[in-house]
Write a protein that binds this ligand. Structure first.
Ligand code: KG4
Ligand code: ZN
Length: 332
């Protein structure tokens, strides 16, 4: 079963061919970093224009690299939300056109479910497990009881963790995306030298990262001479403590033995090391996608699409993108 995955939810134009939901046959990502870099964040209008230019060559390259033609594809899985509406529209329209012309079924995939399925390309955790999706647009925690069954336990009330990384990098004078830059700087700084606040909300398992971001802003204003490496290390340590601390606390509270991380921020070296160490101390199992599958890609969309397709879920031509599209249900 060959699925062509397409993702244009944000600023990466991505296409991939995946066999049986697991084997990556090709995986192409064309990022737009050089376009958005000078603005310190994504400019939605520029993102959608670039998707229009790149979608045909990227899908073509995915098929060529997979040594397959469109006629061998069994279904097209496309991200229809959440994300930037103009960006999503390009992928959804393109997928619908391919589907119409070549008579290939189409599968509508939620981008967050795609991130959750990114580790399925390598190993599938036994259920129940705790899924933490940490990206530029989201920071959410789910109890997963089966493919497609997600119960949301907490989410960010303000900035997503990746957004905080991007804003702190911008403040320090760097471009977009800021996460990998902070990651690099932090590895050369002292995480103990500056203590930034850790926000553990008392009444819920929601997250909040605007406090730590503001604390960094205020600190930088008053301490212009402090090394950027130490600021990055101190900020990153605060974010890691919250993400790792909260997921272990929730897992223990709910009696869940497995934690799985995904989304762009899960590429962070400090976070990966910390979660591995702390889960091992607690006798919990941890699942992490390989680094290139953490950030946006279409292999994860094809994988998520495979499981939906196996359940007989296909979309009609009236499929429309949705900027806001939560996953999870009260009884998941
Ligand atoms: O999952 P993703 O590619 O796109 C969204 O769905 O949002 O995540 C992008 C986010 C950006 O905020 C980026 O700065 C962050 O992931 N990111 C990182 C790292 N690599 C990417 N954050 C921290 N450390 C990294 N190594
Ligand atoms: Zn994403």
């Amino acid at each position: 079963m060959l699925i062509l995955g397409i993702d244009t939810s944000c600023d990466d134009t991505a296409a991939a061919v995946v066999e049986d939901g697991k084997k990556i046959v090709s995986n192409i990502v064309s990022n737009q970093n050089e376009i958005h870099n000078k603005y310190g964040g994504i400019v939605p209008e520029l993102a959608s224009r670039r998707h229009i230019e790149m979608i045909t060559p990227v899908v073509h390259e995915a098929l060529v690299n997979a040594k397959t033609g469109i006629e061998d594809i069994d279904a097209i899985a496309v991200t229809y939300g959440p994300g930037l509406i103009g960006s999503l529209l390009v992928g959804v329209c393109y997928a619908k056109s391919l589907s119409y012309v070549h008579h290939i079924p189409i599968i509508a995939v939620n981008h967050l479910e795609g991130h959750i399925c990114s580790y399925y390309l390598e190993s599938i955790p036994e259920v129940p497990y705790l899924a933490l999706v940490v990206s530029g647009g989201h920071t959410s925690m789910y109890r997963v009881t089966g493919t497609g069954n997600y119960f949301e336990i907490g989410r960010t009330r303000d900035d997503a963790a990746g957004e905080a990384f991007d804003k702190v990098a911008k403040l320090l004078g760097f471009g977009y995306p800021g996460g990998p830059i902070i990651d690099q700087l932090a590895s050369k700084g002292d995480p103990q030298s500056i203590h930034f606040p850790r926000s553990f909300l008392k009444d819920s398992y929601d997250f909040s990262f605007s406090g730590v971001k503001t604390a960094v802003f205020n600190y930088v204003r008053k301490n212009l001479q402090t090394s950027k490496e130490d600021i990055a290390a101190g900020f990153q340590a605060a974010v890691i403590d919250v993400l790792v601390g909260r997921s272990i606390e929730v897992a223990k509270q709910l009696g869940i033995r497995r934690i799985a991380l995904s989304g762009g921020v899960s590429a962070n070296k400090g976070l990966r090391d910390a979660i591995k160490e702390k889960t091992s101390d607690e006798g919990l199992q941890v699942f992490l996608p390989s680094v290139d599958l953490c950030t946006d890609n279409a292999a994860m969309i094809a994988s998520a699409g495979y499981y939906r397709f196996m359940k007989g879920e296909t979309a009609a031509f009236d499929l429309n993108p949705k900027a806001y599209l939560p996953i999870g249900s009260a009884n998941g």
